[in-house]
Design a protein around this ligand. Structure first.
Ligand code: SF4
Length: 288
C-alpha cells in the first residue's frame, strides 16, 4: 500500500507551481490543460495554455472561435487532432450543458475527445470527486511501490481498481491522486527514479532490490523525419496563411520525400484538419 500521509506531506512542499492548479481556475480551463498535456510536456503546454485561457476562458468562447483559429492557437503542441476535438468538445458543452463542464465521469466520457483518463482527471481535479485517475506516471508508481515491478503491465481495466484501492476514504482522495501523478512525473520517473528523495518509506520494488523489468526495452520516440514532422510542416504553412495556398506552395514545406509528403497531406485531409477548395488549393479546416 502507499501511505497517504507520507505522500501528501511530500506533495504539500514539493508540488510544482503549475498554472492550471492555481485557485480560481475553472473546470473548463482544467479540461483544456488535460487535452494539451496528453503526449506533450508541461514546459511546452504552459505558455500555450496561458494564452488560450486568456483568449477563450469558457467553452462558449472557444466554440465561437473558428476551427482554423483554434488550430493556429494550438501552435506547436503536436497531435493537432486534439485541437479539433477540443473545439468540438467546447461546442457540445456550450450547447448541451449550459456552458458548464459536467461533473460526473459518465457524462464527461460522452464528450468529444474525452477518454478514460481525461474524464476522471476533470472529475477529480475540477470537482474533487473521489475517482481513480490513472495515467502512465501513476501506473509506473503503482507497479513499483505496490507490485514490486520496474514497469507497469500493459494498460488494462484493472488499473482503475488498483488505484481505487489506494485512495484514502475521505476528502484527501483528490489530493492523493494528484500527488501520485506528481511523484511519477518528478521522482519515480521512467528512466532514473530518484529513490533517495522519495517520500515513500515502503516500496516493494526497492525492498526487492530493484529487479530488472522483463518488458521490451524502452524506445526513444523519434520525431525528425517522421510523418508527424511532415504533417507539422504542412500545417505550419497553412497556419501562416490567411488564404488558401497552392499545392506548389505546400510542397516546398517538405522536399526530401515526396511520397511521405503526399501521405502526410492525405492524412491531414482525412482527419479534417485541412480541406481543399473547389479550385484545388489547400486551407485549414473551415477556411477552404
Ligand atoms: S522508492 Fe524509488 S522506485 Fe519506489 S516509488 Fe520511490 S522513487 Fe519509485
Amino acid at each position: 500500500m502507499i501511505d497517504s500521509g507520507e505522500l501528501l506531506d511530500w506533495y504539500a512542499h514539493a508540488q510544482r507551481d503549475l498554472p492550471w492548479r492555481r485557485p480560481g481556475v475553472s473546470a473548463w480551463q482544467i479540461l483544456v490543460s488535460e487535452f494539451m498535456l496528453q503526449q506533450t510536456p508541461v514546459a511546452r503546454v504552459e505558455p500555450i495554455w496561458l494564452a488560450w485561457v486568456a483568449r477563450w476562458p469558457t467553452p462558449s468562447a472557444t466554440a465561437a472561435a473558428s476551427a482554423a483559429d483554434v488550430l493556429r492557437a494550438w501552435g506547436k503542441l503536436g497531435y493537432p487532432r486534439r485541437a479539433k476535438r477540443l473545439h468540438e468538445c467546447a461546442t457540445v458543452i456550450a450547447t448541451e450543458h449550459g456552458d458548464v463542464v459536467p461533473e460526473d465521469v459518465d457524462t464527461l466520457l460522452a464528450l468529444p475527445g474525452v477518454g478514460t483518463y481525461t474524464a476522471r482527471a476533470v472529475a477529480c481535479f475540477a470537482y474533487q470527486r473521489r475517482v481513480p485517475v490513472v495515467d502512465t506516471n501513476v501506473r509506473r508508481v503503482v507497479a513499483r511501490a505496490v507490485h514490486g515491478r520496474e514497469d507497469a503491465a500493459p494498460p488494462s481495466a484493472r488499473d482503475l481498481d488498483d488505484v481505487a484501492a489506494l485512495l484514502p476514504d475521505d476528502v484527501r482522495a483528490p489530493a492523493f491522486s494528484v500527488a501520485l501523478m506528481e511523484l511519477g512525473a518528478t521522482v519515480c520517473t521512467a528512466r532514473a527514479p530518484r529513490c533517495g528523495v522519495c517520500p515513500l518509506s515502503r516500496c516493494a520494488w526497492r525492498s526487492r532490490g530493484f529487479p530488472a523489468g522483463t518488458g521490451p526495452p524502452r524506445r526513444t520516440q523519434r520525431y525528425a523525419g517522421t510523418d508527424r514532422q511532415v504533417r507539422g510542416r504542412l500545417l505550419d504553412v497553412l497556419r501562416g496563411n490567411a488564404f488558401p495556398v497552392t499545392r506548389a506552395e505546400l510542397d516546398l514545406a517538405w522536399t526530401t520525400d515526396t511520397a511521405q509528403r503526399d501521405r502526410a497531406l492525405d492524412s491531414l485531409l482525412v482527419d479534417g484538419l485541412v480541406e481543399q477548395t473547389a479550385d484545388g488549393r489547400f486551407a485549414l479546416c473551415g477556411e477552404g
